[in-house]
Design a protein around this ligand. Sequence first.
Ligand SMILES: NC(=O)c1ccc[n+]([C@@H]2O[C@H](COP(=O)([O-])OP(=O)(O)OC[C@H]3O[C@@H](n4cnc5c(N)ncnc54)[C@H](OP(=O)(O)O)[C@@H]3O)[C@@H](O)[C@H]2O)c1
Length: 293
Amino acid sequence: MTTNTITLNNTVHMPALGLGVFQTAPQETSAAVAEALRVGYRHVDTAAAYGNERQVGDGIAASGVAREEVFIESKVWISDYGYDSTLHAFDKSAAKLGVEQIDLFILHQPLPSRFDLTLDAYRALEQLLADGKVRAIGVSNFMVDDLTRLLEETTVVPAVNQIEVHPYFQQPELQRLHAQHGILTQAWSPLGGITSYGGAARSTFDDPTLTEIASAHGKTVAQVMLAWHLQQGRSVIPKSVKAARIAENFDVVDIELTPSQLAAIDALDTGVRGGPEPSGITLENYGMPIPEA
Ligand SMILES: NC(=O)c1ccc[n+]([C@@H]2O[C@H](COP(=O)([O-])OP(=O)(O)OC[C@H]3O[C@@H](n4cnc5c(N)ncnc54)[C@H](OP(=O)(O)O)[C@@H]3O)[C@@H](O)[C@H]2O)c1
């Protein structure tokens, strides 16, 4: 089984669908990654802040799949922003992952209140790219104003902006800005996982429109959500620790949603964010030390 590949704006190829490991406990991560690679995934999305980069590396090593066949994506946490600190953040992440080169290395959040530090961190990513330590660079949770300023003040256009996108929160204006600049939209919580954490009132998994479309295709609601993203050109990184769901989430390439089904899912957008307001992220309330390797 395969999934489609996306060509990033610097010509690097990235599998469109990867395994996410946010909230995957370190002791479960290696097995989840190895299982994903066994069923055909070739892309894993982790982050320094998830505390499981080492176990992602262990899972890749245990899988027997060659390092160069796996696209590894990781993120710098805000506590490591600043030029030298971000260069060192790469050393920490690479050592924990057990690799020389990270395929895609991104800033986890903008720090609107310390955009100077954010810009210095991004300039460090540009240096890592020039040095061949990473194959592509990007950002996450950058809103229109953050991205506009970054584009004005730095040189390399980010390859991706990883943002919250699922049927209930779609950020169309930001996605249009990405398209104008050749920035790939990578959807976090692509299944709307964030809509169900903590027993939220309205979960995408129970949505009647999605349920109806899923039954028309003989597929699950999760598979329909992933097909919707992929057909609209987004990268997706669904998270699961369960082997059956890891396989289910990868078995989506043969689904062809009709234009009216795509439009029906587009119409589910509530405009209400599930995750934290990106502008509210500060060093004071979200800073935490990222351990040495
Ligand atoms: N950049 C950022 O700020 C940011 C923020 C959030 C997430 N992310 C990235 O995006 C990835 C995915 O986001 P996410 O983990 O929040 O949400 P998600 O992938 O949309 O949903 C994950 C949740 O859905 C469950 N699940 C997975 N597959 C399922 C299926 N086929 N049927 C029913 N339930 C299913 C999982 O539980 P089980 O594990 O028990 O199966 C988990 O509770 C993360 O792992 C991370 O890599 C990035």
